[in-house]
Design a protein around this ligand. Structure first.
Ligand SMILES: Cc1ncc(COP(=O)(O)O)c(C=O)c1O
Length: 468
């Protein structure tokens, strides 16, 4: 066997043995399952309303297919008009469209940091930011900090300042990359504090915060404009990324069901936008290879997302996002109640993040600032994500197992994504079945980590807390 084949096969076999081999799921086996796994949070991919708005605009549009080439070569009137709309909607000096969020992050991080600059990012930042940094002139100078830890970020920045006079003098720049809503954990970044910290530590203005709002778009903030807008930080961050492949029904991301829209409309809709200032936009037009060397977005993509924005602007989407966040509270409450009265279930088999047991935002208005709001993404930690996910499938529900290397070792989980199309009943059944599975498993193994019979729920929470 040629050596390349031997090596590739060995790598795949090794993943197989460690139960981490990735495979595309068979679309046929997803049919009829309740969707708890796609990022289609507002269920717009199956929205009749969006479909009919789209078809109406499509029928009237001068161009619908293709775009003719790279953005730098083609006319791009539709692209330009949509960017103008986005800049105004999001309150940004300007906007630059990319074919996907992946391309946008790679484009930004591979070209904007200059030689000698430093990039700092949350340890849970998306893979596309890693890839961008690796291709950048700052590829030797990046540092990660503990997820959402202001203390860790502060310590790291202090160490960097101490070791590099250029950062204090302002002759080099530092970039801090975070997501507003993290895709695997459903955690929300303390954005205001991060921005304040960077401003205070780099008073010469050479510290820049970049916020990836991929999962918050359409869900939080006035008209779904995201958490930066919710906190009024538009002028205090260097760039924001919004992708439309999640809540706004485009494709993209990693879940095959995104392509539901593809089946319905025979289109692959995938768009992302970087909101930033005119200088950075101009620079990216010149240096961002993922923008320059690719065919620009097809007109139909732009029309589809334009329709989704109509739904954000006219308030239709707000009802949907409210419902999703209500479902999140329902799931957490049901799950927590059930698990607290089942002390025989070992912690490693099933637990929620302690964040979810803290006081929650009770208001149904998620367009005003809040602490610890519900989120459409809920990580249910388990040492057996695949068996749990397989059990749920048998019960008619689709929730993805997520394992290393997508998440850190020891933090395997089944990730629950909630949608406007889900009902309260479905969500309650999901929580009940998860607990029923764990109970049966723990009975089978006779295992019980916590067995003294008192204060069990609190111990479970405290134990998770100390692990995280
Ligand atoms: C946080 C985050 N940023 C960027 C991306 C990439 O976006 P896209 O799917 O549009 O390529 C994703 C998802 O896949 C993501 O979760």
């Amino acid at each position: 066997m040629p050596i390349l084949e031997t090596r590739l096969r060995a790598a795949l076999q090794s993943r197989e043995e460690r139960c981490i081999r990735r495979r595309l799921s068979d679309p046929a086996t997803n049919v009829g399952l309740v969707d708890f796994h796609t990022n289609d949070y507002l269920s717009l991919s199956s929205s009749e309303d969006l479909r009919s708005r789209f078809l109406t605009k499509l029928a009237a549009a001068p161009n619908i297919l293709g775009s003719g080439g790279s953005r730098l070569l083609v006319n791009g009137a539709a692209h330009h008009a949509f960017e103008t709309r986005l800049a105004s909607f999001f309150g940004s000096p300007c906007a630059l469209l990319f074919n996907s969020g992946f391309d946008a992050n790679v484009g930004f991080f591979s070209c904007v940091p200059q030689a000698g600059d430093v990039v700092v990012f949350d340890e849970y930042i998306h893979a596309s930011v890693h890839d961008g940094i690796r291709a950048s002139r700052a590829r030797e100078d990046w540092f990660s900090f503990e997820h959402n830890s202001l203390t860790a970020l502060g310590d790291l920045l202090l160490r960097l300042i101490d070791g590099r006079p250029s950062l204090t003098e302002g002759s080099q720049s530092i970039f801090v990359a975070v997501e507003s809503l993290y895709s695997m954990d459903g955690t929300i970044a303390p954005l205001l504090q991060i921005v304040e910290m960077v401003e205070a530590m780099f008073p010469r203005g050479n510290g820049y915060v970049i916020v990836d709002e991929a999962h918050a778009t359409g869900i939080y903030g006035p008209q779904g404009r995201g958490l930066v807008a919710l906190l009024g930080l538009e002028d205090r961050v260097l760039a924001r990324l919004h992708t439309f492949g999640k809540a706004l029904a485009g494709s993209g991301g990693t879940c095959p069901n995104h392509y539901v829209v593809l089946e319905v409309l025979k289109l692959n809709i995938s768009i992302a936008v970087v909101l930033t200032n005119t200088l950075i936009r101009d620079y990216m037009l010149n240096y961002a290879r993922s923008l320059i060397y690719t065919t620009s977005l097809c007109y139909a993509n732009i029309i589809a997302v334009d329709c989704a924005f109509d739904m954000l602007e006219d308030g239709t989407a707000k009802q949907l996002s409210r419902h999703v966040l209500h479902l999140s509270a329902v799931f957490t409450a049901t799950f927590t109640t059930l698990i607290r009265i089942r002390p025989n279930i070992p912690l490693h088999l099933l637990s929620l993040s302690p964040r979810l047991t803290l006081p929650r935002q009770s208001s149904s208005d998620f367009s005003t600032p809040l602490s610890n709001p519900p989120t459409p993404i809920i990580a249910v930690f388990t040492s057996s994500p695949r068996p749990l996910s397989a059990y749920l499938r048998k019960k008619g529900m689709n929730a993805c197992p997520i394992t290393w290397p997508t998440v850190p070792k020891g933090k395997d989980r089944v990730r629950v994504c909630l949608h406007a199309g889900n009902t309260e009943k479905e969500v309650e059944v999901l929580a009940r079945e998860m607990v029923a599975w764990a109970e049966a498993e723990s009975e089978k193994s006779g295992a019980s980590e916590i067995s003294d019979g008192c204060g069990l729920g609190e111990k479970r929470v405290a134990a998770v807390q100390s692990k995280l």
